[in-house]
Design a protein around this ligand. Structure first.
Ligand code: BG6
Length: 490
């Protein structure tokens, strides 16, 4: 087990320190960790990039990033403390000789080197070689990377092989930022710390499960990346499948990384393949046209800035997933995710089975099933929809009404600050706790399943169906679930 206090200070080195990921997310998260006194006093943060900047200029860039992207007010005392940790090194990442300069900052006796690859994967090989060549790595050093870890199984293997040529699997920390979200982690608590759920979490009591990850945003200037990727690979291959594994996995024997990884892999292996035989019936691809989101007119996908007007990339996907194992036999998981939906909404809805017999027929013809609704974002919380007797003595019949048992975290835990995913994950990488990171096998298993959908789409479903921005996807998505006599949660 990881002892929270026992970890050594770190030399956190961010490659691509001037890029978007570093400026929008990493600097912000590190500042927040500073604010919460969660950085070890001797931890140092070095930005590496190819442009020429002095330490002072880099510190100024970090300051500007905080002014631009930090949602709360910048605390000057915290900033002053934080700024003393920052340094900059100019390295052309393709030039092996330049990595020698890392020796001027790394002190392996005092600090653990944590290498954050905040760059495009095509640079991973030269960074790995440069690091090996520089001689600064030790067995304690770590590397952190995040998606896209490839765009299919083959390219993901190539990236993992490159990284494995220098780092052992135990030194590699692969991020999926959804695993840093409080509410995703709370799925573990909900499932494995509450007996009412542990005993009812299977095909005997559950009818089906829905996972919705709706985004209000469109492409946000990321046309180039997104158009080659599409929503299936951008969101479903990682974030939605991670949520699915947390809902569907067997209880791990403990919270150690190996125990959790092995249960998640079993779920991924049990996903029934979607092939060209069933792809049209089990999946829906969509692409948004112009419309209104929250009353504001927005352009269609093909009209976004820099768009390829012939593009057939999907900005929406809905899918029926079957898990072929004992626990989930006959319980479909319906997942949908899309850009330019009516609002940002990430939620899981567990529909329990209808009761076999209704003794309240006089007042309620069809007893609706109980629902467990888990809101991941925004307004984190859990609700249980159930039936209650309407109080009163006038009516001789027992009259029922749907009510909600509401456990909103935002109310209950108002005071305890809910951090974003990055703070949690950057901290865990510095602590050296691999539990919330993805194993190589997990990622490759997810790609194996997603690749077969991608191949089937090429053959059978090349053109996405359209939907107006500001709606919940193409009509075909409603039909996908209606064919099974069910409907999406509104
Ligand atoms: C990223 C995707 O991984 O997740 C983006 O690349 C997406 O396209 C984002 O918008 C959503 O993250 P969140 O935390 O806002 O739900």
């Amino acid at each position: 087990m990881i002892d929270k206090e026992a970890f050594k200070p770190c030399d956190l080195v961010i490659y691509g320190a001037l890029g978007d990921l570093s400026r929008r997310k990493l600097i912000i998260s590190l500042y927040r960790l500073e604010n919460a006194n969660l950085l070890k006093p001797d931890t140092r943060i070095t930005g590496v990039d190819r442009h020429e900047f002095s330490n002072e200029e880099f510190i100024e860039i970090a300051h500007k990033s905080l002014q631009e992207f930090l949602s709360e007010a910048l605390d000057d005392a915290v900033w002053q403390r934080f700024a003393t940790r920052l340094a900059y090194l100019q390295i052309d990442l393709m030039d092996m000789a330049q990595y020698q300069s890392l020796k001027t900052i790394i002190d392996a006796d005092k600090r653990i080197m944590v290498n954050y690859f905040a760059v495009s994967p095509f640079l991973f090989k030269s960074i790995c070689q440069g690091l090996a060549h520089s001689g600064v790595l030790t067995d304690e050093s770590r590397m952190v990377m995040e998606k896209p870890i490839g765009h299919d199984l083959k390219s993901s293997k190539e990236i993992n092989d490159v990284v494995a040529s220098v780092f052992k699997e135990s030194q590699v920390f692969r991020i999926d930022h959804y695993l840093g979200k409080e509410t995703v982690l709370n799925l573990l608590a909900l499932r494995f710390a509450n007996s009412i759920f542990t005993t009812n979490w299977n095909h005997n009591t559950i009818d089906h499960i829905q996972i919705t990850v709706g985004e209000e945003v469109g492409i946000e200037g990321r046309w180039d990346y997104f158009d080659k990727t599409g929503q299936l690979r951008d969101m479903l291959q990682n974030h939605l499948l991670q949520i699915l594994t947390f809902i569907a996995m067997e209880p791990p024997v403990n919270l150690e990384a190996a125990s959790i990884h092995s249960e998640k892999i079993k779920v991924l292996k049990a996903l029934r393949p979607i092939t060209k035989r069933n792809v049209e019936e089990k999946t829906v691809r969509g692409q948004y046209t112009a419309g209104y989101v929250k009353g504001v007119a927005v352009p269609g996908y093909l009209e976004e800035e820099g768009a390829n007007t012939e593009s057939t990339a999907e900005s929406f996907v809905a899918i029926r997933v079957d898990i072929d194992n004992w626990r989930w036999a006959g319980v479909p998981f319906y997942m949908r995710t899309g850009k330019r939906m009516p609002n940002k909404r990430t939620e899981i809805v567990v529909y329990f089975k209808q009761l076999p017999h209704n003794i309240f027929r006089n007042s309620f013809r069809d007893l609706p099933p109980n629902k467990l609704i888990i809101h991941l974002q925004p307004n984190e919380g859990v609700e249980i929809e159930m039936l209650n007797k309407i109080p009163g003595i006038e009516d001789p019949h027992i009259k029922l009404q749907k009510t909600k048992l509401d456990l909103s975290f935002s109310d209950d835990f108002k005071k305890s600050r809910i951090f974003g995913g990055y703070e949690k994950l950057v901290l865990e990488a510095m602590r050296g706790n691999p539990t919330l990171f993805l194993s190589r096998e997990e990622i490759e298993q997810a790609w194996t399943w997603v690749d077969s959908i991608q191949t089937a789409w090429k053959e059978r479903y090349a053109k996405p169906k359209t939907y107006a921005a500001g709606t919940w996807g193409p009509i075909a998505s409603v039909a996908l679930i209606a064919r099974d006599g069910r409907a999406w949660e509104e």
